[in-house]
Design a protein around this ligand. Structure first.
Ligand SMILES: C[S@@+](CC[C@H](N)C(=O)[O-])C[C@H]1O[C@@H](n2cnc3c(N)ncnc32)[C@H](O)[C@@H]1O
Length: 356
């Protein structure tokens, strides 16, 4: 069980308190966030001067060296300063000026591959300045180098799995329209207690900071070791079978290759969802084709849902890209939660068919 202190959620994200190692642990272990950010400062920034002064007051030299290359991302809402590029520029100027003053040399900017990625968020004139611990977005686990059609982010797949309670019931798992296999692969990583960050090939952001001392490196290695031990232990007990189907043989090939890269054992076969017949209880999570990206006729969709609802004692989660998809079927979900798939607002409809 991952434990963090003082966990609190708001529209900006989920916040917790802890030491730097907790930040490393979050990057290594958490499955659903896109980023893990370390808060450096929070202050009123009603204008350009107060933003500059607030950023310059931060002890950037703790994490940066004269050779550090940096980049700044900015967002703003309901604030006097609205131009995000300008906010990023001012923030960068303040950091560069501070570091030049400390080191007698100005650091470079590298927008594509910075050593240090700074985020500035302005909300109602309150600026919060963060260092991005992970560096790259956490959905980039590294296993999905190939994709088929319209894949969804690994972090979204993991969120859906948590929402349906996988793998609590230890049932089999099926994604009957698996595309590149993302949902099934995330289901396997979760059931195998595999830390998603242990798959990532490139270093996390914090590994490139000047503050990443030998001691901190050793602490991070210990965390990785613990994660590995947990995985090896989970592998001792048999886990439920995980299967992915897709009507398209190209998708099946891609899903197999992705699973191999992720180091998980999953069976992927070509099959039409309308022909799906399962005799054992199962957890089913899938992302059917929809909208402009890929479509299914209403009749085919109804047949697909009928096949899914016939699975005994199933827990089912369907990520639906259009409200019509729910209107078209007879089955009523227990719950529908809005989830963003990229910039498409989707309904995640959950059905609990146990005991029916
Ligand atoms: C939106 S994509 C799924 C994307 C997937 N979640 C991923 O991350 O790559 C929908 C998939 O449904 C498949 N599909 C469409 N009709 C199908 C059918 N009748 N039976 C099985 N799969 C079908 C498509 O080939 C496509 O790969």
């Amino acid at each position: 069980m991952l434990r963090f202190r003082k966990v609190r959620a708001d529209r900006g994200g989920v916040h917790f308190e802890g030491n730097i190692e907790d930040g490393y642990r979050a990057c290594l272990e958490l499955r659903t966030p896109m980023r893990v950010l370390l808060e450096m400062a929070r202050f009123e920034a009603e204008d350009e001067a107060s933003l500059y002064d607030g950023v310059r007051a931060v002890e950037w030299e703790e994490h940066a060296s004269p050779k550090t290359e940096l980049a700044v991302r900015a967002s703003a809402r309901s604030s006097n300063l609205t131009h995000t590029q300008y906010i990023a520029q001012k923030t960068k100027d303040a950091i560069v000026d501070r570091l030049r003053e400390r080191f007698g040399q100005r650091p470079d900017v590298d927008l594509a591959d910075p050593d240090i990625l700074v985020s500035v968020h302005l909300a109602k004139n309150l600026a919060t300045i963060y260092l991005d611990l992970a560096g790259s977005p956490l959905f980039m686990r590294g296993y999905r180098t190939e994709h088929h059609g319209a894949p969804l982010k690994e972090t979204l797949a993991a969120s859906m799995l948590y929402l349906v309670g996988w793998p609590r019931d230890r049932t089999d798992f099926v994604d009957p329209m698996c595309g590149s296999g993302t949902i099934a692969i995330e289901a396997a990583l979760l059931a195998d207690a595999r830390a998603p960050g242990s798959l990532t090939q490139h270093p996390f952001g914090f590994e490139r900071w000047a503050s990443y001392s030998d001691e901190r490196r050793a602490a991070y290695q210990r965390l990785r070791q613990l994660a590995e031990e947990r995985y090896q232990q989970a592998k001792q007990s048999p886990r439920p079978s995980i299967v992915g189907f897709d009507i398209d043989s190209g998708a099946v090939e891609v899903a197999r290759a992705n699973a191999k890269r992720a180091g998980v054992h999953i069976r992927f076969d070509r099959r039409d969802v309308r022909d799906l017949v399962l005799y054992e209880p199962a957890t089913i999570v899938t992302n059917p084709p929809y909208g402009e990206r890929m479509t299914m006729s209403p009749e085919d969709w109804r047949k697909a849902v009928k096949a899914l609802m016939a699975v005994p004692d199933a827990r089912i989660g369907l990520l639906l890209g259009h409200p019509d998809m729910l209107d078209a079927i007879r089955a009523r979900p227990e719950k529908v939660i809005t989830l963003m798939n990229g910039d498409i607002e989707c309904g995640f409809a959950m059905f609990d068919r146990r005991g029916r």
